[in-house]
Design a protein around this ligand. Structure first.
Ligand SMILES: Nc1ncnc2c1ncn2[C@@H]1O[C@H](COP(=O)(O)OP(=O)(O)O)[C@@H](O)[C@H]1O
Ligand SMILES: O=C(O)C1=C[C@@H](OP(=O)(O)O)[C@@H](O)[C@H](O)C1
Ligand SMILES: [Mg+2]
Length: 186
């Protein structure tokens, strides 16, 4: 029963579609959508590129951990995280313990195609973004898997179709973890 669904947290690499799918999923579920990057920007009054430039990646990660702690405590939201959120063990614990974590997985070629024109991701403003995406994927893929309850490939599926598939997965996930009626009475 999707009405009983806890908060849903999307993780995965840059370009996997966390922001896009999260927004559509929240609409389908009639829930509030929050993107941790947008939340950090609104709290800081500056965009992600500015935060990286002025405070370095370390400054951004501190803000991100505060945001993830706050946002994962909200009931029944859909949260899109930034691709690097899983690097911090504290964030992984917040995510895994406080909601259903969905890993949107996409191959590096797809990540590359989807992020190439967008200049808003500071880590990719380098001469060889493909190499960066490959290295990040090697480090982070095991962490996405560790934190996830559901893994969904997103490479060649339209966003609306993705959301329908995800809704089915969420429904069977909640059914399979629901307490059996006989257990409820004890
Ligand atoms: N399933 C998909 N199929 C095609 N394009 C997609 C899909 N998901 C996302 N996109 C596009 O890829 C780009 C990056 O998506 P975004 O949601 O910002 O990814 P993330 O938040 O994971 O970095 C956007 O231009 C978006 O429209
Ligand atoms: O992978 C990362 O380390 C980052 C991913 C970005 O979010 P998206 O995954 O939504 O692009 C954003 O948080 C920041 O640029 C760092
Ligand atoms: Mg995003």
């Amino acid at each position: 029963m999707v009405e009983e669904l806890p908060s849903v947290f999307l993780v995965g690499p840059m370009g996997a579609g966390k922001t896009t799918i999260g927004k559509l999923l929240a609409k389908q579920l009639g829930r509030t959508f929050v993107d941790s990057d947008w939340y950090i920007e609104s709290q800081t009054g500056a965009d992600i590129a500015w935060i990286f430039a002025k405070e370095g990646e370390a400054g951004f990660r501190e803000r991100e951990t505060r945001a993830i702690d706050e946002l994962t405590q909200k009931d029944q939201i859909v949260l899109a995280t930034g691709g690097g959120a899983v690097m911090c063990a504290e964030n992984r614990a917040f995510l895994h313990q406080r909601g259903i974590v969905v890993y949107l997985n996409a191959p590096v070629d797809v990540q590359m195609a989807r992020t190439a024109k967008d200049k808003s991701r500071p880590l990719l403003q380098q001469p060889n973004p493909r190499k960066i995406l490959q290295d990040l994927y090697s480090t982070r893929d095991p962490l996405y898997r560790q934190v996830a309850h559901i893994i969904m490939p997103t490479g060649h599926t339209y966003p609306r179709h993705m959301v329908n598939q995800l809704l089915q997965q969420l429904e069977s996930f909640t059914d399979s973890t629901a307490i059996a009626p006989e257990d409820k009475e004890n």
